[in-house]
Design a protein around this ligand. Structure first.
Ligand SMILES: *Cc1c(COP(=O)(O)O)cnc(C)c1O
Length: 350
């Protein structure tokens, strides 16, 4: 059993859909219709009237495209972070000639709202970046206070919601570019990045007139006649099926199911005496990170080798200190969580 925080297990209905005959995405109306359905169904998940586009390429493409399409050399960008993906935005900004200011926090701390406020008073920022769910540390960030401050200062906002979108509500009100991906809570294969773009963000992109090609959002604004390149027809079919399943169940029920799976995971961890890595208040509904300093890799290997349970560890400096159970999308299931935690109990000798 694979219970990683992405790519997630793909349910059989989605896999079967991918084996059906495929329309030509350049010429057949059937593909355009499917694409439109996907975008409309995504709007309901994003809870927005903004345009939603779906690009061929996994999640990182969306992150880079958001920056490439808005940041010109010399632009000041506020990168609000308490994790790896949050820090990573500053690298994208630099690589497109922008000047990032990092308002960082320890990975175990919440976002530094006071720091954001101070920076916004001092600086002249074109946009701000932040991460809703920091997957590597299992942390769900309260981004609303940051979004509100940015809104007050008329600063464009870019949010990485890749590992929360579809698993828990994303506060979309003041988000200008909201990024998701197929392989997390949608339980589709990796290959698509989803982007909700506000009118204001389109205007900023028009004004920027991006110099990049593959990472330019603008050709995606109107794809009613054609796509910028051959679309990933099998992946779009899969995402269409995933979204149909999600709406059949109902968005609210899906969120509840994630909450229940996360709660069970935390409870079972507490029974084993395991600490959460983030403050329990911030533990994400889509992924649980247990703090197992110096043990995570060995436990991960034994779970896979002896119990056929595949989990993830932490990343970078925390690679051997964090063990992560993904319970997102199709895997947000109390019974699956129990199965994983039974195996973990055995491995830990408890
Ligand atoms: C998974 C993920 C991404 C996208 O990374 P991939 O290379 O597509 O897996 C971006 N941001 C966050 C927070 C993620 O969890």
């Amino acid at each position: 059993m694979q219970m990683t925080p992405g790519p997630t297990a793909v349910p059989s209905r989605v896999r079967e859909r991918m084996s059906e005959p495929m329309p030509n995405p350049d010429v057949e109306q059937a593909f355009f219709d499917t694409y439109d359905d996907v975008c409309e169904n995504l709007q309901r998940v994003y809870d927005t009237d903004d345009d939603v586009i779906v690009m061929g390429g996994e999640g990182i493409l969306g992150l880079e495209a958001a920056i490439a399409s808005t940041v010109a050399p010399g632009d000041e960008v506020l990168c609000v972070s308490n994790g790896l993906y949050g820090d990573g935005f500053a690298d994208f900004v630099e690589s497109y000639g922008g000047e990032p200011t990092l308002v960082g926090a320890d990975y175990t701390d919440p976002l530094d709202v006071a720091g954001v406020e101070a920076a916004l008073e001092d600086g002249d920022y074109k946009l701000a970046t932040m991460v809703h769910c920091e997957t590597p540390t299992g942390t769900l960030n309260d981004i609303e206070p940051v979004l509100e401050r940015c809104h007050e200062h008329d600063v464009l906002t870019v949010v990485d919601a890749v590992s929360s979108l579809g698993g828990t509500p994303v506060p979309s009100e003041h988000i200008d570019i909201n990024l998701g991906a197929s392989q997390k809570a949608f339980s589709s294969p990796p290959g698509l990045t989803t982007v909700a773009v506000s009118d204001r963000a389109w205007d900023v992109a028009e004004e920027r007139d991006p110099t990049s090609l593959y990472t330019n959002l603008l050709p995606w604004r109107d794809t009613s006649e054609m796509f910028p390149y051959t679309h990933l027809v099998a992946n779009v079919a899969a995402l269409d099926e995933s979204l149909t399943m999600l709406h059949e169940e109902g968005v609210e029920s899906v969120y509840d199911r994630h909450e229940q799976a996360a709660e069970r995971c935390r409870e079972r961890g507490a029974e084993l005496g395991l600490d959460l890595y983030p403050d329990p208040e911030r533990s994400a509904p889509t992924v649980t990170a247990f703090h197992l300093p110096g043990e995570a890799k060995a436990v991960q290997e034994e779970l896979a080798g002896e119990h056929d349970v595949v989990l993830s560890t932490g990343l970078a400096d925390l690679a051997d200190d964090i063990l992560r159970v993904g319970h997102m999308g199709y895997n947000a299931d109390v019974e699956k969580v129990d199965h994983v935690m039974d195996a973990l109990a055995t491995v830990l000798g408890k």
